[in-house]
Design a protein around this ligand. Sequence first.
Ligand SMILES: Cc1cc2nc3c(=O)[nH]c(=O)nc-3n(C[C@H](O)[C@H](O)[C@H](O)COP(=O)(O)OP(=O)(O)OC[C@H]3O[C@@H](n4cnc5c(N)ncnc54)[C@H](O)[C@@H]3O)c2cc1C
Length: 441
Amino acid sequence: MSTQTLPDHVETLIIGAGLAGLSTALHLGPAHNLLVVEANNYVGGKARTERIGDFLFDVTGHWLHLRDPGIRALIFSLLGEDHFHKVDRISRIWSHGVYTEYPFQANTFGLPPQVVHECLMGAIEAARARPDAVTPAQEPESFAEWIRFYFGEGIARHFMVPYNARLWGVDAAEITSRWCQRFVPKPKLEDIVAGAVGLNAGKMGYNAHFLYPKQGGIQSVSEALADAVGRARIALSLKVTGLDLDTRTATLSDGRAVRFERLVSTMPLPWLIDTIERVPDAVRAAKGTLRATPVTYFNVGVRGALGVPDHWVYVPEAEWPMYRVGSFSNAVPTMAPPGHSSLYIELADRTTPPEALVPRVTEGLIRMGFIEHADQILFMQARHVPLAYVIYDFGYTAGREAVLEFLSARGVQSIGRYGDWNYSSMEDALIDGRRAAGIKP
Ligand SMILES: Cc1cc2nc3c(=O)[nH]c(=O)nc-3n(C[C@H](O)[C@H](O)[C@H](O)COP(=O)(O)OP(=O)(O)OC[C@H]3O[C@@H](n4cnc5c(N)ncnc54)[C@H](O)[C@@H]3O)c2cc1C
């Protein structure tokens, strides 16, 4: 618990020292009377790096995409452009015992001929059935139907539907197509055909390139932001446990109280509602409809080099307990000690205790060619993120809007990936903070 002296009254109280909270504080400026309260004993939230021996692990892959010129300039001004490697994505899909290029829908070449045929015929039939120019109103609302509408039955069955069910922890029919507009590459039929015969050379998707710190993992970004905010303005190991919006008072986990004029919260939206006193029943009910998926993953230390170069590999088939295997050291060797490599393994099986999955995961790593022998694995440690992915189900929009409207009417800004309750990136969290501080891009 923090023993630092805290002000009993601030102009702006910020809940959470993840990227959204730190960005808010930084953009409000050094003269602003503010306090950031953070439950963990470290800054960064999900953008943090854990040390196991001489290995460094982020909370699974935390690859940085900086498209906003202002945010890019900010990060480079804090750390220097040279702090970052510019990495060209190496990412594939492993299914039917072979690797194919990402994205699956544009690269079925190499799969068994009957699978390629099914994917191709499905895509052709889907294209024939679609209007030439699709209006938003013509797009199917369910993600499962959206997949079939654009890619056809074969691609849906062999990758898109099972993979997404494993990632989101719910069937694609339960998810609206709303979330995927930005993240799912939508190749033209010509590209799907070219990819089926091995002619697609170009990289597709929003993440064809990314930045990654040469040293210190993604935590180095969070630490630089915290330094720029000023450590004395950040109280660690303190949780906001109660909020009275009438008296504008926050109660902290050690019993202290802080009064505020403005509140910017980055804690998960449902938890925020649980923390506020006297919430109307309708808002509480709306909060109850908000769903998120947890993720359990393994941090793995490996002796020797890995047998494949990928930064991450998608695993759509149900016979394997993991839906994605990634490697920090394949992107940046300093994430593992010399002569060693590191992996993160995200588990689709959310019911079996992770320890019981180790033998099957190990077998998968050997079959996928990451390692040759099980004795190369030095450790495989499980970690858990209770809220990882917000679920865009059919109640999402109404529930989220009812909660956010209530907060906005009470003068609370709820921002960041979990505060705004969305599927967003580190850069989005930084942008949210800038917006909350009232700074225009
Ligand atoms: C598995 C996974 C992989 C990801 N991969 C990528 C990627 O490759 N690239 C990318 O750009 N983004 C990635 N992201 C998204 C990225 O992590 C987030 O967008 C970003 O870090 C969110 O920052 P935030 O500040 O909004 O939230 P958080 O990082 O969650 O910060 C919120 C903070 O609030 C604190 N808090 C909560 N409750 C309280 C309370 N009551 N009192 C005080 N403090 C509290 C928490 O401890 C936390 O530190 C990934 C996310 C996950 C889960």
